[in-house]
Write a protein that binds this ligand. Structure first.
Ligand code: VTB
Ligand code: MG
Ligand code: MG
Length: 322
């Protein structure tokens, strides 16, 4: 991949964030998602690459924008696979809650797991506990391992878990063990990544969320030197067949970070729509001036860039806004 791509991709997540920000708190998650998707799709046209969507907004037969298999970019430049979630956290944005963001992961062709739209069990940690975790360990053992690796008492550890009935048992076990639990409503890409950023104070992510979001977050975890493991959770025969179609003989096999994102070169970019642990949201400063905050990282060089941008919407005729 060419390194220019990292900065080009931020322009794409910025466009999606700017377009969906107008929908904050309006209670209309589909409209917000559509706005982000259209803006992202149109901004991709100007990027020099020969990209193919491998994780997108739907299947070819339904042909939404950014469908799986869609070709993106000018066609000149590196051949890459692209995973997108134009608005990660549609519900969050509709309610005006924290942590909605526009996200993209890119790798050399063939290196992202083609995760279908189903559930995935995930565990993620930061660099200090990398190489020490296993999804198959009981949570109590994992907590002990991370306490030691991160040089914290169990009582000071923070485990982040999505607030869902399916997680009631694991939440209870974490509390019994004595660690602290931080529950979040939606948006597990940001929650996974938070484990690899020391200033968040979050030591461990556990739980079941979207498989596409799992692969996108894995690209960031790789760049940040953290660790992640996962397992797809097919709910019926059809979902099992889809796992097998993507080359997994055993749909429930343990997936390591390298199975999720192969190789040593992946780019992750995100722009905040509403403020959260990872990013500040889109801020309307008055007139046509709007501020965005993005993060972009590349696993090959491990460089992490925080980009604050001031956009004059009046000078951006190509940006699709509502
Ligand atoms: C998960 C999570 C996402 O939606 O897919 C979740 O990965 C859906 O879970 O980050 P439920 O079916 O329990 O709502 C998000 O939180 C937002 O897209
Ligand atoms: Mg989406
Ligand atoms: Mg999502």
């Amino acid at each position: 991949m060419e390194r220019e791509l990292a900065l080009e991709i931020v322009r794409v997540t910025e466009a999606a964030a700017l377009a969906s920000a107008h929908w904050m708190g309006r209670g209309k998650k589909n409209e917000a998602d559509d706005a982000a998707t259209s803006a992202m799709r149109s901004m991709f046209d100007s990027v020099n690459m020969a990209g193919t969507v491998v994780i997108g907004e739907g299947e070819l037969d339904e042909a939404p924008m950014l469908y799986i298999g869609e070709k993106l970019g000018t066609g000149n430049g590196p051949e890459v696979d692209i995973a997108v979630d134009p608005l990660e956290g549609t519900n969050i944005l509709a309610k005006g809650h924290a942590n909605a963001m526009a996200v993209i992961a890119i790798s050399d062709k063939g290196n992202l797991l083609h995760a279908p739209d189903m559930y995935m069990e995930k565990i993620a940690v930061g660099p200090r506990a990398a190489g020490k975790i296993s999804l198959d360990d009981p949570i109590e053992k994992t907590i002990d391992i991370i306490a030691e690796a991160n040089n914290k008492r169990v009582h000071d550890l923070t485990v982040i878990v999505q607030e869902r009935p399916r997680h009631e048992e694991i939440i209870e076990r974490i509390r019994e063990k004595g660690a602290r639990v931080k529950l979040f409503g939606d948006g597990d890409v940001g929650a996974v990544i938070a484990t690899a950023l020391p200033h968040t104070g979050i030591d461990l992510f556990v739980g079941t969320g979207g498989a596409p979001e799992g692969v996108i977050a894995a690209a960031a975890i790789k760049a940040l030197g953290g660790d992640m493991q996962a397992r797809l959770v097919p709910m019926n025969k059809e979902e099992e067949l889809r796992c097998m179609d993507m080359g997994l003989n055993n749909p429930r096999q343990l997936l390591t970070l390298n199975d999720l994102v192969k190789g040593d070169d992946a780019i992750f970019a995100a722009t905040g729509v509403t403020s959260g642990e990872l990013l500040e949201g889109v801020t309307f400063l008055g007139g046509d001036l709007v501020e965005t905050h993005s993060i972009v990282m590349r696993s090959k060089t491990k460089t992490v860039r925080h980009i604050k941008a001031h956009h004059h919407l009046g000078s951006k005729p190509n940006l699709i806004l509502v």
